[in-house]
Design a binder for this molecule. Structure first.
Ligand code: GLU
Ligand code: ZN
Length: 306
């Protein structure tokens, strides 16, 4: 499936992809994979590649991280098109669209505590959907989820399914603490920026069904998805800012770029020692083949230290 789709996509003139990091820390090898994979796929299809800073969650933000991320992208020769968009500057846009949903009576307030939801098995069971009594502040806002998308076709992972309980959950659009939920803003932004192709890590595989639920609710044709294998640590944890994955060292840019290309299974016959970053990227763009990418997570160490 992946192959035939790639073949037809070559003819699509308006490919628009993006990289959407959260500024909760510097880029590490795992985020380099997502940045590079989305960049190569976009450029291979003569597409645009945008960068969006997902600074929607101030408590998790590390000061200076946005600037550092952009600088690292430039070091790796990953130059973006158009202006960078910052989610922190788009609250009115998000609120406007949330209000439209609320005004159609397709979302409702919920004051359930995390504890109540955990006691019900971890998924929210619709407790406040038909609540007649007053919901007390602070409350979250949940989508009345009548679509319940439970599967999708991924360009690399093939058919991805989630449980129907997960698929049908009235998930959160705005949190109790007043912050917009990632699921809502990512979809509103991807639609607004006319993104056609989302290439990112497998950590977002399951929640993709929620994002598709929102696409369908908003009557927008779905985008295509490609979920890249995660880079993991020796004990199987995904490399992340939370588990202190190392920031990408600028002096190792070329080695790291090669490691990331190998991680993505991409072949290059170049004597790469002799080539610049730009030349390496150019060759990787020309030779990009998604059927060479593993579906499984892989040890970051295996690539970084060899
Ligand atoms: N901001 C999200 C993250 O850094 C990624 C969003 C996306 O690619 O859809 O995990
Ligand atoms: Zn509730």
């Amino acid at each position: 499936m992946a192959q035939s789709m790639t073949a037809t996509m070559k003819n699509i003139p308006h490919y628009r992809g993006r990289f959407a990091p959260s500024p909760s820390g510097a880029l590490h090898f795992g985020s380099l994979i997502a940045a590079l994979g989305s960049f190569l796929d976009a450029r291979h299809h003569q597409g645009q590649w945008l960068v969006r800073i997902e600074d929607i969650d101030p408590p998790r933000e590390v000061s200076g991280a946005s600037v550092a991320i952009l600088k690292t992208l430039e070091q790796f020769g990953l130059y973006w098109d158009e202006n960078i968009s910052y989610q922190s500057q788009r609250h009115e846009f998000y609120q406007h669209h949330l209000d439209l949903i609320i005004n159609k009576n397709d979302a409702y307030h919920c004051d359930c505590t995390r504890k109540m939801i955990m006691q019900g098995g971890g998924l929210y069971q619709g407790h406040c959907a038909n609540q007649k009594s007053l919901i007390s502040a602070p409350y979250s806002t949940r989508l009345k989820n009548t679509l319940g998308i439970n599967h999708f076709d991924d360009r690399l992972q093939g058919l991805v399914s989630v449980s129907s309980d997960f698929a049908n959950e009235d998930f959160i659009l705005k949190r109790k603490d007043g912050l917009f939920a990632y699921q809502l803003v990512v979809v509103l932004d991807d639609i607004d920026q006319q993104i056609t192709d989302i290439v990112r890590g497998c950590d977002l595989l399951e929640v993709t069904t929620r994002q598709m639920t929102l696409y369908q609710y908003l009557n927008i044709n779905f985008v295509r998805y490609l979920h890249l294998p995660l880079a993991v640590t020796a004990n199987g944890l995904k490399l992340s800012k939370q588990n202190h994955a190392q920031a990408l060292a600028p002096e190792n840019t070329k080695q790291l770029l090669i490691a990331a290309l190998k991680f993505l299974g991409q072949k290059f016959s170049l004597q790469y020692q002799d080539f610049t970053i730009e030349e390496l990227l150019k060759s990787a763009i020309n030779n990009w083949q998604i059927n060479k990418i593993s579906q499984q997570p892989n040890l970051a160490e295996k690539f970084i230290h060899n």
